[in-house]
Design a binder for this molecule. Structure first.
Ligand SMILES: [Fe+2]
Length: 418
């Protein structure tokens, strides 16, 4: 399939329908370099086929917008919700997650026909003001799946010993990894959703937290620093690891970040030399914590991270969530070391993904979006090189289990200032 390039960036206040068109186009552009076979395989239960992402996001629009709000709308295919519902119990039975890779049909072409059908039907809904919040949710949902599509296809292609590249390597980004620390005097900070703009339900309500004086590194930990950790026996020293992490290292023979091979790493452009100055990525929470211990520092809490991102009067200026190395178009994502808190890699915090005081899931099936996953996961802040620009914000809470590392996950160190 020919490669197409689409801009994903949003202009502030841009018309909802225009944004819808851009988001939908980017999803298809990301799949354009894939064969139907590439788009069908599922390399592990955590990852879904690229084709499934194209279809599931369309199921979301068809189900929650068109079926529920457009009189007379008929489903494109009544059998498809069973295979493209992800985890919504309120929407009934569905295919087992690990069977998504068995769906040789429908083809990518047939799914794109469904996408066009849904896009055409959506046209009349943009004028209905009461649907705007649900359309915003659908846009953010599809953007989340764009990032997953990129990380899932990377994991799938990695299984192929031929070193498949789906894009040419992009020109190297400039690396501006300045040293230094963002300091915070401590005190009461207000965190969580604080604007009228869209946010997921798990980002609210806004509330106060008490911070002790701390500092947050001005940059992410690099590949070169990670190589030092390895050379110093970081993966062999039980004293550096959480108990669960040490068991995970030994049970899975973990000795390096995912996608590392000698001085190379696997990317969407195939195998290439690692840049020692670029941020390390594809590490688990366990690895991030062990590195921080080795470095004599620690991971930040989600509240410390957010307080720095928002800026404090008389201290650091607020950081722009739309700045940094994030996804603008169908291009190979690669961490580079951009300044600011957003971009390159999602950053582990030591905060468990739990409800904020007063949290209530949204009513109905979409209430299953976040709240039911608040068990055993950690919050990650920022955005990655695979996050569509405009998607993240200071209150954004990404979350993963502590052993997972197929996302662009990195770390930014923190320390106490007492
Ligand atoms: Fe989803």
């Amino acid at each position: 399939m020919p490669q197409t390039r689409q801009m994903a960036g949003f202009a502030l206040g841009e018309d909802l329908q225009v944004r819808y068109g851009k988001v939908r186009a980017l999803s298809e552009a990301l799949v354009a370099p894939l064969s139907d076979a590439d788009a069908t395989i599922q390399s592990m239960e955590d990852a879904s086929p690229a084709k499934w992402h194209l279809a599931h996001t369309t199921w979301f629009w068809e189900t929650f917008l068109l079926r529920d709000n457009l009189d007379g709308y008929g489903l494109f295919d009544e059998n498809w919700p069973f295979v493209f519902n992800s985890y919504y119990e309120a929407e009934g039975e569905r295919i087992a997650r690990f069977s998504r890779g068995m769906l040789s049909r429908p083809t990518v072409h047939e799914i794109c026909q469904w996408r066009a059908h849904v896009d055409a039907a959506m046209g009349t809904l943009f004028e209905r003001e009461e649907l705007a919040p649900l359309i915003e949710l659908g846009l953010s949902h599809e953007q989340q799946h764009q990032e997953l599509l990129l990380t899932d296809i990377k994991h799938a292609l990695f299984q192929n010993p031929l070193g498949v590249a789906i894009w040419d390597g992009s020109a190297p980004h400039s690396v501006t990894s300045g040293d230094g620390w963002h300091t915070h005097p401590g005190g009461i900070a207000r965190v969580g959703k604080q604007t009228d703009g869209f946010a997921f339900d798990c980002e609210g309500p806004a509330h106060r937290v008490l911070l002790e004086p701390f500092a947050l590194s001005a940059r992410l930990v690099t590949n070169g620093e990670w190589a030092q950790f390895m050379a110093d026996g970081g993966y062999e020293n039980a004293a550096l690891w959480l108990s669960d992490g040490w068991a995970w290292v030994n049970e899975n023979a973990i000795a390096a970040p995912s996608y590392w091979r000698d001085d190379e790493h696997f990317t969407h452009s195939g195998w290439s030399a690692r840049n020692p100055d670029a941020p390390v990525s594809h590490i688990s929470y366990y690895e991030a914590d062990a590195f921080a211990t080795w470095a004599g520092q620690r991971l930040p809490t989600e509240f410390e991270w957010e307080a720095i991102a928002r800026g404090q009067e008389g201290h650091d200026a607020a950081h722009d969530p739309a700045a940094g190395n994030q996804l603008d178009e169908a291009e190979p994502p690669l961490p580079a070391g951009s300044p600011g808190l957003f971009g390159d890699c999602w950053q582990f915090t030591r905060s468990a993904y739990l409800p904020y005081p007063g949290f209530e899931p949204a009513p109905g099936a979409v209430g299953e979006y976040n709240g039911k996953f608040m068990s055993g996961q950690f919050v990650l802040k920022g955005a990655s090189c695979a996050t569509p620009r405009g998607h993240s914000r200071a209150s954004y809470r990404n979350f993963f289990y502590p052993h997972q590392r197929w996302q662009f996950t990195g770390l930014r160190l923190a320390k106490d200032c007492r």
